[in-house]
Design a protein around this ligand. Structure first.
Ligand code: GDP
Ligand code: GDP
Length: 436
């Protein structure tokens, strides 16, 4: 199921990032550049009325040294391109300005739903000042105060009403969705083309309202696949598309919709910091992962070289020890046949369910082999475990006291589960729960 996306647009200083930060849930991070800068994140998850959605703070996408008006126009275009619903924010203390009218004109031409938020309405007396904003043409203005957290409930009620129907957001469960992420020039588009040109693949042309126009759909040996477009794969020529934050935002959106994420690394250049950051997003999102070392044609390849490269990857990506590594060349197609089987295996494991009795046999054997240690003078008792979710597989382990379950013991159980059930390609999660 794809999540709805809400974008906040408006001229500088109306309070976009203040509201964004208020709406941002617990989930950390996402776009971090320089720590300490208020605009370190522009994309995050939020929830209202049990509906999770993503929010974009368009103000965080600064477009080099573009003139003021160009910048806010581009931010409005970006919101139209990326969001299901747009929150158009103005400043209740300043009234309508020329820049507000400029943004309004652009939003008006799109057919995206727009909810008008009048910020900085810090007390009830100021509510009388919001009526002039009707003239922007987006219906009822919602008075809010970012600093005091007022009016947000009504604003969000109006926003979620515009979310697309659930049916429209549904992505076919049987279809394997995957995306390719990696820094520019690593070979993402080349690899997509190489995959789509393989003889055993039947490329389909599916047009539909719910699919991103640039997704590619194909069938291979009876299994349907969708390759989700990521930044850099299509260059459409808008100004904002050249900014780094936008390409990260696109990658995050693609990861969100994927079952499997291919993390591409350039064999010619080795691993750089940016690769780790990108892989970290996919891991945090709980997606299945395949590491693809592309441009393998540029390396004098023998078994030894491959082993060396693998060791280097393992050392850099300690937390991705479950991800298989595939070496190939999108250009010469060398070893390209090794990719689809790796995607299939990772996807199957990501969705795998283990029967409770089989799981508990493994857990009980593990306990017998390595009894739970005492911690703070008390002994952990593990009663039983059960799988509570898939994509990724998650296990609840019922214990006398979760506090006693040290992370090294969680790690030990995870390793035993992996050895027994072979979860290659997928992260798995273990949650200690209290049961006396
Ligand atoms: P952005 O540029 O649109 O993201 O605006 P910011 O969120 O950075 O806010 C700009 C300024 O307005 C900051 O000094 C905020 O503290 C202030 N501000 C934000 N929301 C409110 C509000 O509801 N009331 C008042 N009085 N000030 C606010
Ligand atoms: P993207 O920006 O990640 O989509 O990368 P592209 O697919 O546009 O590729 C960037 C450059 O790398 C192009 O010049 C490609 O021809 C080249 N390239 C892609 N894959 C390979 C490969 O496997 N081997 C070699 N030698 N070059 C490649």
């Amino acid at each position: 199921m794809r999540k709805s996306v809400v974008a906040i647009v408006g001229r500088p200083n109306v309070g976009k990032s203040t509201i964004f930060n208020r709406l941002a849930g617990e989930r950390i991070s996402i776009v971090e550049d320089t720590p300490g800068v208020t605009r370190d994140r522009i994309y995050t998850e939020a929830e209202w009325l049990n509906q999770p959605f993503n929010i974009i703070d368009t103000g965080g996408i600064e477009i080099g040294d573009a003139p003021f008006l160009v910048e806010i126009r581009e931010q409005a275009e970006l919101a139209i391109a990326e969001a299901d619903v747009i929150i158009f924010m103005v400043n209740g203390r300043e009234g309508i300005t020329g820049a507000d009218e400029e943004v309004a004109k652009i939003l008006f031409r799109s057919n995206k739903p727009v909810v008008l938020a009048v910020n900085k309405v810090d007390n009830p007396q100021m509510r009388d000042q919001i009526y002039e904003f009707y003239s922007l043409g987006f219906g009822e203005p919602f008075p809010i105060s970012g600093t005091h957290g007022l009016g947000l409930g009504d604003l969000l009620d109006a926003t979620v009403q515009h979310f697309p129907e659930r049916a429209e957001m549904q992505e076919d469960e049987e279809t394997i969705h995957f995306s390719l992420i990696g820094r520019p020039n690593v070979g993402k588009s080349s690899l997509v083309n190489a995959l789509l040109n393989q003889e055993r693949v039947i490329v389909s042309d599916v047009a539909g309202t719910t699919r991103d126009a640039v997704d590619s759909t194909f069938t291979r040996e009876g299994q349907d696949f969708v390759i989700i477009d990521t930044a850099g794969m299509r260059k459409r020529g808008k100004v904002y598309e050249t900014t780094e934050k936008y390409s990260i935002l696109r990658a995050l959106k693609a990861i969100e919709r994927s079952d499997v994420v291919l993390v591409l690394i350039n064999a010619e250049e080795g691993i750089i910091e940016q690769d780790k950051k990108i892989a970290g997003y996919a891991h945090d999102a709980g997606k299945a992962i395949v590491i693809v070392v592309n441009k393998w044609d540029t390396v004098e390849s023998d078994e030894k070289k491959m082993k060396e490269f693998e060791d280097e990857i393992r050392a850099h990506f300690l937390y991705l020890d479950y991800a298989p590594i595939v070496f190939l060349s999108a250009k010469t197609k060398k070893r390209i046949h090794t990719l689809m089987p790796a995607i299939l295996t990772a996807s199957e494991n990501h969705a795998k369910r283990i029967q409770t009795n089989v799981l508990n046999d493994v857990i009980m054997d593990a306990l017998a082999m390595n009894p739970a240690p005492t911690y703070k003078g008390q002994r952990l008792k593990v009663l039983y475990a059960t799988q509570v979710a898939v994509k990724p597989p998650a296990f609840a382990v019922f214990v006398n006291d979760p506090e006693l379950m040290h992370f090294s013991y969680v790690r030990f159980l995870e390793n035993r589960i992996r050895e027994a059930f072979g979860f290659t390609g997928t992260p798995i999660k273990i949650f200690p729960r209290r049961r006396s």
